[in-house]
Ligand binder design. Structure first.
Ligand code: CMC
Length: 431
């Protein structure tokens, strides 16, 4: 925690309290209310945590007004263009850009953990073939705690480290196996001679019957998608991982909880929902109808891939993603893709509409990612598992940071109770 830089005065009833103010290295000051209940016998009320900092952190910073995203101080656009995913993983986990030997050692460690326990392959057959791969991911990642007993003791820093490497290494294998299972193809083992992104493409798209050459441009685009999703400070799934971890749950159970939270369409499920929406719109002439629906208070429809709790400006990840979409479709010779045309025109029309500009609703990371993933050959159901795979390093970094914090305690929000007060039980014949 930084030094106290001021004091906020809070008066209510006959009470007057002084609350410490802390100034972060970037972002707004925070008022420390942790002693509020003890001193003032009141709670604060903040549904959706719109004004609440739940922890201090050194990992990721977002300036939503300016559209800035920094990992350990480095801007996301620089990381997306100059770095690569495993280097960003190292940065998130350990706080500094690795030296050449550090990155080599890290890649070696991750690469040597890519296989999953062979018995886990049997676990998949318990799922229906038409299971959503996110359902499989939640189950299989949770089940890792039953396979890797030697890395579940969270009080041991070495076991925490091994669990972290295991999850970063095995998540592509688990996601690719979920995909292969749902399409009825044999699982493809990882190849340690390939880089992280190429290996994932290989495990998803190769079959034992023929050779599969990973296209380096697609592999680079895949790596960039991983990098753009690596972490995003205290979002819903990360907060879920922290909350699950605060009780002392094992790391695999915590990450499974994060995957479950990510699945929702307001969070990681938006990339699937966005592509489905773009397909439903189909042609540019139908865009005004959908914009009108998004603006209609009586219609629950929202423009998927638009808006963000924190960004009130362009999501910096969306800018890189849009450029990547152009590159990938160009490479694949599908630059006149109708879905991309709908996406670009929808973005243009929404950004000229005062409804969206007044509410500061801009395209987010999910607006263009689905177009790239579909062009690569992924079905929509795989979009969110790919997000989960990439976000795993962020979840783990935040989980490790939390466990290393001496102030860490179990997360336990309070409530504004508005239900019945004490009343006596009524026997069934008298109700
Ligand atoms: N389309 C139409 N109207 C919208 C949209 C949208 N996509 N997003 C927000 N609004 C309106 C909303 O109706 C509300 O209007 P009013 O003030 O008149 O009631 C206002 O904008 C504020 O919305 P909110 O729901 O209070 O804002 P929030 O911060 O709680 O929600 C959000 C953020 C991301 C859940 C929301 O913008 C949304 O549902 N977007 C679509 C889903 C999406 O793309 N999610 C991916 C987020 S980025 C990836 C990730 O982090 O997982």
């Amino acid at each position: 925690m930084t030094e106290q830089t001021g004091t906020a005065k809070l008066s209510f009833g006959d009470k007057e309290l002084e609350l410490p103010i802390y100034t972060p290295t970037a972002g707004p000051d925070v008022i420390d209310i942790s002693k509020l209940y003890a001193q003032g016998d009141v709670f604060t009320f903040d549904p959706g945590f719109t004004s609440t900092a739940a922890c201090d952190s050194t990992i990721t910073f977002i300036d939503g007004e300016e559209g800035v995203l920094l990992h350990r101080g480095y801007p996301i656009d620089q990381l997306a263009s100059k770095s690569h995913f495993l280097e960003v993983c190292f940065l998130l986990l350990y706080g500094h850009l690795p030296t050449a030997s550090e990155v080599e050692d890290f890649e070696f460690r991750v690469t040597r953990h890519t296989m999953v326990h062979e018995q886990m392959t049997k676990f998949y057959s318990g799922f229906r073939r038409d299971a959503h791969p996110m359902a499989i991911m939640v189950g299989v990642v949770g089940a890792m705690s039953a396979f890797y007993h030697d890395s579940t003791d969270i009080s041991d820093p070495w076991q925490r480290e091994v669990a972290s490497i295991r999850m970063i290494a095995k998540m592509p294998t688990i996601a690719a196996m979920a995909y292969k299972y749902t399409i009825g193809q044999p699982f493809v083992y990882p190849r340690n001679d390939l880089d992280y992104a190429s290996n994932f493409l290989h495990m998803c798209f190769s079959v034992p019957a023929e050779n599969y050459e990973v296209n380096p441009i697609l592999s680079r685009a895949m790596d960039r998608i991983f990098t753009l999703h690596a972490d995003h400070e205290q979002n819903a799934s990360t907060s879920t991982v922290r909350l699950a971890g605060s009780s002392g749950a094992n790391p695999f159970a915590c990450i499974a909880a994060g995957i479950a939270c990510l699945w929702g369409p307001a969070h990681g499920g938006a990339n699937q929902a966005c592509l489905e929406m773009l397909k439903e719109i189909g042609t540019v002439d139908r865009i005004p109808e959908y914009i009108a629906r998004a603006k209609d208070k009586d219609d629950p429809f929202r423009l998927m891939g638009f808006g963000h709790r924190v960004y009130k400006n362009f999501d910096p990840r969306a800018k890189v993603m849009k450029q990547s979409a152009d590159e990938v479709l160009d490479l694949l010779g599908i630059e006149d893709n109708p879905i991309l045309q709908v996406a670009k025109e929808l973005e243009r029309q929404a950004l000229e509409d005062p409804y969206f500009t007044d509410k500061k609703l801009f395209p987010n990371v999910d607006f263009y990612s689905g177009i790239i993933l579909e062009a690569m050959g992924f079905p929509t159901a795989m979009f969110t598992p790919i997000f989960a795979l990439a976000r795993t390093v962020g979840w783990i970094s935040q989980w490790k940071e939390m466990l290393g914090d001496p102030k860490q305690k179990i997360g336990r929000p309070r409530q504004l109770y508005i239900g019945e007060t004490l009343r006596d039980y009524v026997d069934v014949e008298n109700r």
